[in-house]
Design a protein around this ligand. Structure first.
Ligand code: ADP
Length: 248
């Protein structure tokens, strides 16, 4: 797939909760290998959009085409994961009673039972891939420790690594730098750039400095609708965007 091709095409998307439009006639696309941020004030519809992409919420109207073929709005959450779309939630999902390496192994085998997973044998390629990811996320040296010893940022990177272990084509991240200090935020930005060399990344985020650091495309949502889209330098100077953020 080419860099400029759309991995996601969102068409006429409206999501309604008891008549209230959380997403309102949204049309946009996400390009392959983009780090595409969705920003906007609280209640703009960002999380709802991620919920629709991953199949958790079904829209009232509209479609989301993945790689110009599959309409995600017609698929179950499980089918969407199988297509290669992985989501990291804000809440932690690592197992603290096993090592970092074992957490990664679990993520690869994707077995439902923890016990069964720990005793399945990985192939040489799978093991090498895990070690490669551990290096990418900066946790290779700590692989025999349990996640309890990790900082908040390192735990987030482990979760990103666990998502990578499933080799998604599209990664959805919900406020990945929430609670991180500046240094950890910068490292996360560098990690996302590395990750996006081989896949697309969609991020919902509040930290504007982080958006500035690593966004290739920014979409501003307001009251469920698209307010502006482009490079961060462009959208941040749009008077309408400034007005929405300052609440004037
Ligand atoms: P954001 O992530 O941009 O803060 P959300 O997508 O969480 O915005 O919410 C958009 C709007 O939709 C909000 O007004 C929120 O209260 C409403 N909303 C979200 N989910 C539900 C739901 N399950 N039921 C009713 N209203 C909802």
């Amino acid at each position: 797939m080419d860099h400029m091709e759309a991995v996601l095409n969102i068409k006429d998307l409206t999501v309604s909760f008891d008549g209230f439009k959380a997403v309102n006639n949204l049309n946009t696309s996400v390009k392959n290998q983009d780090i595409h941020f969705f920003i906007g004030p609280n209640g703009a519809g960002k999380t709802t959009l991620l919920d629709v992409i991953c199949g958790r919420v079904k829209p009232f109207v509209g479609n989301i085409l993945f790689e110009d073929q599959k309409d995600l709005t017609k698929l179950s959450e499980h089918e969407i994961v199988e297509l290669g779309i992985g989501r990291k939630f804000q809440a932690p999902s690592v197992f603290t009673g096993i090592t970092i390496l074992e957490n990664m192994e679990l993520a690869v085998v994707k077995k439902r039972s923890l016990f069964a997973s720990l005793f399945s044998k990985l192939t040489k390629e799978q093991t090498e891939y895990i070690l490669h990811i551990l290096q990418t996320i900066g946790l290779y040296e700590k692989r025999y420790e349990t996640p309890i010893s990790l900082s908040h940022g390192e735990k987030q990177w482990l979760e990103i690594g666990m998502l990578l272990a499933q080799q998604p084509k599209l990664m959805l991240l919900d406020e990945p730098v929430a609670g991180m200090g500046r240094k950890e935020t910068e490292k996360t930005g560098a990690l996302l750039k590395e990750i996006a060399k081989e896949r697309s990344v969609v991020v919902v985020e509040h930290d504007m400095e982080f958006v500035r650091e690593c966004a290739s495309t920014v979409t501003v949502l307001h009251e469920g609708a698209l307010l502006d889209q482009g490079k961060m330098e462009e959208v941040q100077n749009n008077p309408k965007v400034i007005e929405v953020y300052l609440g004037r």
